[in-house]
Design a protein around this ligand. Structure first.
Ligand SMILES: Cc1ncc(COP(=O)(O)O)c(C=O)c1O
Length: 409
């Protein structure tokens, strides 16, 4: 049985107060809190292990190497991949950059098309702008409806045989819509294109099976799923990882090299993991996956759905709000308070201990589509409660422009 009060005990930061008010954290799309088990795993590395991996011919190094390699297996199982398809990176941004640089730069040529959406996070689209600039490829956009949602018919309407790569987020970090990746992959593969999927906002919130989605690459970050910062994953189909180039060259990734500059790289994933990895981060990530698995991803999705429905039912009663995605598929709500600057609303919420993001959320083109320069974003996770939502709604109900001005006096 899921007991939120018990779950909250696992997260030390949830015990902290902001002045005299309990912290209410609604910025989970930016990063999530870490349970004690993750903190312990990171600390345990420094206290009891502290050695490098895959290099030392002594027992401690072997032990830590095994522990590290087991996390690769955990990640593979978590998303339905095989271990050699899991590359550890510093985060989703690095994972997505590896694909753009290692596949896009190598295989795209003038006139080829990179198809994407106007809702992408900077980390998913800027690497491809760079590829387009350097190769002469062209970036085209899939149209979205006025609420920023994308349908399979929209994708179909702009597909043609010069499209070589489709770059798309599984879940939009501003609007919380789940894009139909399985169907998109099928359409892409029919014309010989590959699909690069930004999974940063999906993998923490629902069960993921990359083989079923049939995407070619999938990137995500540990810190958005209860894990440490500085760790992420690039999943790629093995043959694509083998034909692409790494972003970094150095120790650990090569089998041999000589004075002529001939380098023989190892196979994936080693060829992408030059240099000493974020060992403690990966070990902490293993603890995060174990923690999420102990609750169950289906259960997490169900809890978030329930919290989201509760939030929406309350927010819809307020007439001072504009909600941009009332039908979001995940627990992300983009909104504004009529007549009050989003950042001022966020600062006002903060005086009640509530952490809620305001701005463009790194998806700068999307806000042009929605017709606003910034929004507030409330993003929930399984450790949030209906009581927290009640407090949030009460503050929004009473907010006025005068109160937000008074706050600065
Ligand atoms: C949709 C999406 N993609 C990519 C990223 C980048 O993740 P990171 O900063 O962990 O590399 C984020 C982070 O907010 C995101 O929301």
């Amino acid at each position: 049985m899921f007991d939120v009060a018990k779950i909250r005990q696992d997260f030390p930061v949830l015990k902290r107060m902001m002045e005299d008010k309990p912290l209410i954290y609604f910025d989970n799309a930016a990063t999530t809190f870490k349970p004690q088990a993750v903190i312990d795993a990171v600390t345990n590395y420094y206290v009891n292990e502290s050695v490098n991996i895959h290099r030392g011919d002594y027992a401690l190094s072997h032990d830590v190497s095994n522990h590290f390699d087991n996390v690769r297996k955990q990640v593979a199982d978590f998303i339905g991949a095989s271990q050699k398809e899991i590359v550890f990176t510093s985060g989703a941004s690095e994972a997505l950059n590896i694909v753009a640089n290692g596949y896009g730069m190598k295989y795209l040529k003038e006139g080829d098309v990179i198809l994407t959406t106007e809702a992408e996070h900077a980390s998913n689209i800027l690497p491809w702008f760079n590829v387009a600039k350097k190769t002469g490829a062209i970036v085209e956009y899939i149209p979205m409806d006025s609420e920023g949602r994308l349908t399979i018919e929209d994708v179909q309407s702009v597909l043609h045989n010069r499209v070589k790569v489709i770059v798309i987020a599984h879940v939009s970090n501003v609007l919380g819509y789940v894009n139909p990746m399985k169907e998109i992959s099928q359409l892409a593969h029919e014309i010989g294109a590959i699909v690069v999927c930004d999974g940063a906002q999906s993998v923490a919130h629902m069960p993921i099976d990359v083989k079923n989605l049939d995407v070619d690459f999938f990137g995500f970050s540990a810190h958005k799923m209860c894990g440490p910062t500085g760790v992420g994953v690039l999943y790629g189909k093995y043959e694509l990882l083998e034909m692409s180039d790494p972003l970094l060259y150095g120790g650990g990734s090569n089998a041999r090299f000589n004075t002529c500059g001939d380098v023989l790289l190892k196979h994936s994933p080693d060829k992408y993991e030059s240099g000493t990895r974020n060992i403690e981060g990966v070990l902490g990530f293993g603890a995060a996956i174990e923690y999420l698995d102990s609750i169950g991803m289906e259960k997490i999705a169900e809890i978030e759905r329930e919290l989201h429905q509760y939030l929406m039912s309350k927010l819809k009663e307020l007439d001072n709000l504009i909600i941009y995605n009332p039908e979001a598929d995940t627990a992300i709500t983009a909104f504004n308070v009529k007549g009050i600057f989003a950042q001022d609303v966020a600062a006002y919420l903060s005086t009640f201990g509530i952490a809620c993001r305001a701005g463009n959320h790194c998806a700068k083109i999307l806000l042009e589509v929605l017709g606003t320069n910034e929004t507030l974003r409330c993003s929930l996770y399984f450790y949030n409660t209906k009581e927290e939502i009640d407090t949030f709604v009460d503050v929004l109900k009473d907010i006025t422009l005068e109160k937000t001005i008074d706050m600065y006096l």
